[in-house]
Write a protein that binds this ligand. Structure first.
Ligand code: SF4
Length: 670
């Protein structure tokens, strides 16, 4: 093994829009240091605090290095080490018995975005399609947001994120860029240096307020009403870009006649809590800006009205013609999935008969439903549903089922792994090949292993190949290496990838997908226009729907933190130290009214569960709202539950997505 220090390129694999380029120093098969890659066109050599010591994750003493078989009661984490051979033999025997008795549909895969690599993230689907397992609706994160955007914009391309530097009015709408999109912030700061004004529209004064000139606090779930109120005021103040609308927009006249009269600033004031004069003033500033740029977070899409909210906000730049201006438009998510022929990886052609689809947000119910057929086995990979899925108590009850055969393929003994019958050790991103795209910029990047697999860990694909072999699958596909599958994607002559510099890509450098000329005024919708009126929707025009909430006094917001990402990084003591404890932020007047004190242990509760926090009293949170940052593993909580004990399995209005923010709680002293 080479003991000299080498520097190799890689990519941050986590569920974050930035997909940072990494330079990894290795020696003797180990990672010594991880740095940002200055040659990355977008992230330019900087990393967030989570990844600056990725080597502590890769070589953590807590890494799983061998397959484990449960020997104690479920949930206790009592296992014995076994070989891979024994592990796959065990899986084969249990699955064959389950399939004979209940059918292959009684096996459920569960995965999401523990790694964002295009191949390792998605390739399990090919295996489960071939097996005939139930399919998973992977709608936990951004489906409602994507649906709301595409209802108006179809598959039109998002603006290049660096274009924000040319904007004169930047609206950070429900996004804490400091925690979730730090590189975008550079370009926001560049715009500010040139005189741009920044607004933050949020439900509380998030850390992003540091970069904002104005912070506009709205009631949770009311963002869609604000968008409609702004459009009403744009009309009444004659700030509509008539020329742009006539040329590029479908249905603005219908919106103006049938919908907007219901959303006067006065009416919207009652819904949002903003003064009517403030809404009027915001519309004037937005309508007069030379190149207004909206950046939309995801939180507002995670209410019962999430898809419609995003749809309403997405209409705004069309009304003022922002798309035709350099530095103007709206960034919801950068859609680069079309660069890859995903069918090469997910192999829908392996599905013999369409099987049922289980929504990942309703795992708790699905595991307890003993009909049609019951779920008798679950295979979890790069996801941690015991803490990230909504309605934690329902999920844990399901995981406790003695007759449920649970396999977890993971790098660490996560909360879900503790409930497994069999735990399989997984590689980190530095130990396997993959190709990455981003949902925050237009770069793609190929990565190769920079160190050998730690212990006996295996990549997702290598485990599926082993399982395919023991299950007797004969398709050639299951003998391909990950690099061969990546090559197939790159060789597709019809793909967006066809026009990029492959030689550079294969040297591990990030390469930008080329944007066509005039892409910001070329709309990939059935009409070829921006579709404010969408004839394919039940509601052909946007409107405001109330969110759901619960019968409790406080909206509960679980927002992203700086030192964690969903439940990733909970294995890192250095980052846990920085997070200190599970805090619940509350407005001073609410704390006073409840008789609660700073740093007191309190319990947030509703009909689904209760969670213990340390109270943090702060005016940053408005009355009627409480805020908690990040997701802690159960062992790091003050009780037996983490935040998702409070959230529900309800789905959004469209796209069957999660409604994490549509949650209310009461709070009492511990
Ligand atoms: S988590 Fe995001 S910001 Fe941090 S290094 Fe990874 S991609 Fe970059």
């Amino acid at each position: 093994m080479n003991s000299e220090v080498e520097v190799k390129r890689s990519v941050c694999p986590y569920d974050c829009p930035d997909a940072c380029g990494l330079l990894v120093e290795t020696a003797a098969g180990k990672v010594i240091k991880v740095m940002g890659d200055p040659d990355h066109p977008y992230t330019k050599g900087t990393l967030c605090p989570k990844m600056t010591h990725y080597e502590k994750t890769v070589h953590s003493p807590e890494r799983l290095i061998q397959p484990l078989l449960r020997i104690g009661p479920k949930g206790t984490g009592d296992f014995k080490e076994i070989s891979w051979e024994e592990a796959v033999r065990h899986i084969k025997a249990r699955w064959q018995k389950i399939i004979a008795e209940y059918g292959a549909e009684s096996i459920l895969p569960y995965s999401y975005a523990g790694t964002m690599g295009v191949v390792q993230r998605n390739i399990g689907e090919a295996f489960f399609h071939r097996l005939g397992a139930s399919r998973l609706a992977r709608t936990i994160c951004s489906s409602a947001k994507g649906y709301g955007w595409s209802t108006v914009m179809g598959s039109s391309l998002a603006p290049h994120p660096q274009e924000v530097a040319a904007s004169d009015l930047i609206i950070l709408w429900g996004t804490n860029v400091l925690a979730t999109n730090i590189h975008f912030l550079y370009y926001v700061r560049e715009a500010k240096r040139k005189g741009a004004i920044v607004w933050l529209i949020e439900t509380y004064q998030s850390p992003a307020a540091q970069v904002a000139d104005e912070v506009i606090i709205v009631r949770p779930g009311s963002d869609g009403a604000l968008a409609l109120g702004l459009m009403n005021a744009l009309v009444s103040n004659k700030l509509v870009d008539e020329e742009f609308v006539a040329k590029f927009v479908q249905g603005f006249e219908e919106l103006k006649a049938e919908v907007l009269p219901e959303y006067s600033p006065e009416t919207v004031s009652e819904i949002t809590g903003l003064a009517a004069a403030r809404i009027e003033e915001m519309a004037k500033v937005y309508g007069k800006a030379k190149a207004p740029f909206i950046v939309m977070g995801s939180g507002m899409s995670r209410y019962g009205n999430g898809a419609m909210t995003v749809r309403a906000i997405t209409c705004l730049p069309a009304v003022v013609g922002a798309w035709a201006k350099v530095g103007g438009g709206l960034l919801s998510s950068v859609g680069t999935a079309s660069a890859f022929d995903m069918k090469t990886i997910t192999r829908e052609d392996f599905i013999k008969e369409p099987t049922r689809i289980v929504n990942m947000n309703q795992l708790g119910n699905a595991l307890q439903d003993m009909n049609n057929p019951p779920i008798m086995s679950m295979y979890v990979y790069h996801s941690n549903p015991a803490v990230v899925a909504p309605d934690q108590n329902a999920v844990l009850k399901g995981l406790m089922r003695e007759d449920l055969f649970t396999i977890v393929h993971e790098r660490f003994m996560t909360d879900t792994a503790r409930y497994a019958d069999l735990v399989l050790p997984a590689t980190s991103s530095l130990e396997h090949s993959d190709i990455y795209r981003s949902y925050g910029h237009y770069c793609v990047q190929q990565a190769y292993p920079v160190i050998p697999a730690v212990g006996e860990s295996k990549s997702n694909w290598d485990v599926f190949k082993l399982l395919a072999d023991v299950m007797g699958f004969e398709e050639d596909f299951f003998s391909m290496a990950a690099d061969e599958i990546i090559q197939q994607l790159l060789d597709d002559p019809k793909s967006w990838l066809a026009s990029i510099d492959k030689e550079k890509l294969q040297r591990g450098l990030a390469v930008e997908l080329p944007l066509p000329p005039k892409y910001k005024t070329t709309y990939k919708t059935p009409s070829g226009k921006i579709e404010i009126f969408n004839p394919r929707e039940v509601d052909t025009l946007p409107k405001y729907n109330k969110s759901h909430g619960d019968d409790a006094p406080f909206w509960f917001m679980n927002v992203p933190g700086l030192y964690s990402l969903n439940s990733s990084f909970n294995e890192r003591p250095d980052l846990l130290d920085k997070r200190k404890a599970m805090y619940l932020m509350m407005n001073p007047s609410d704390a006073d009214q409840k008789g609660l004190l700073e740093k007191q242990e309190v319990v947030a509760f509703n009909e689904r569960g209760e969670v213990t926090f340390i109270l943090q009293i702060t005016p940053a949170v408005p009355s009627g709202v409480v805020v908690a940052e990040g997701i802690f593993g159960i062992r790091n909580t003050l009780g037996q539950s983490s935040v998702n004990a409070l959230t529900s399995q309800r789905l959004t209005d469209r796209a069957a997505a999660s409604t994490f923010y549509d949650t209310k709680v009461d709070v009492r002293p511990k």
